[in-house]
Design a protein around this ligand. Sequence first.
Ligand SMILES: NC(=O)c1ccc[n+]([C@@H]2O[C@H](COP(=O)([O-])OP(=O)(O)OC[C@H]3O[C@@H](n4cnc5c(N)ncnc54)[C@H](O)[C@@H]3O)[C@@H](O)[C@H]2O)c1
Length: 260
Amino acid sequence: MSLDSGIVLVTGGSRGIGAATAALLAEQGDRVVIVDIAPEKPEGLTATLWPEPFDVASEDRVSNGIAAIEAAHGPITGLVNAAGVFGKMHPVERIRMDNWDRELDIDLRGTFMVARAVGVRMAQRKHGAIVNVASVAGMTSGPIHAYAAAKAGVIRLTQTLAGSWGRSGVRVNAVSPGFTRTVALEAGIASGALNADNLTRSTAMGRLVEPIEVARAIVWLLGPHSSGVTGINIPVDAGFLAGLAWDAYGGLPGPETAAP
Ligand SMILES: NC(=O)c1ccc[n+]([C@@H]2O[C@H](COP(=O)([O-])OP(=O)(O)OC[C@H]3O[C@@H](n4cnc5c(N)ncnc54)[C@H](O)[C@@H]3O)[C@@H](O)[C@H]2O)c1
């Protein structure tokens, strides 16, 4: 795929879903620049690493950084907003407002600031595609209040930006991963905060999502095969949303109950 000789910028590209997306884009011949608050090039990645720490929650870093990246590497024609932090699980009465602010600042405000800085430039050039990484947490209820609110915000923001720039040739879409096997998720399991069996029990497919599966949806939304699509949110969740309510009816059937 070619994004018309521009570059694709991937935030949070040093790890996880961002890194998998950068690798897939680079593999298919796109020129990719990754930025991260902790800049590090994943092993074997042929994308360009922006060497300075890029904090999506810092207004100055974002506006100066986007200008500097375009000056160095050319126009951004594709943007993947994959930088993010996980939500802390706390009972409502114990939520610390510094944690609340951090999650909203990075996951919602940061997504908006990068999308705006890049999208305004794309709209002036009448060309571009943006994909925001939201979460099924933004579509459901769970004990991650700030994170769920931030991700619901990202899904709605995706539509407001799609409405703003649709006639200027800029498409804006979202993907909502389910529980995806990244270092961040593995760390949550290792620390005991998350339980691998609980994470997969409610999914129709009975498993976690792999980062490459989210990356494939992102790459589709960035590329020409989705040219008529804007303002949508694609869950990539191994059937988490489809399986969620089944516990109320006794649980999802196992493979042995399927018709022969
Ligand atoms: N892994 C999952 O199960 C899952 C599920 C749903 C949604 N998501 C979302 O996917 C996105 C990527 O998550 P992941 O699992 O790949 O996590 P990850 O921790 O593996 O990768 C996130 C990357 O973002 C970077 N980052 C964090 N804060 C930043 C900031 N302020 N500025 C710039 N970069 C920053 C990190 O350094 C890291 O490289 C996040 O938005 C996350 O909320 C993940």
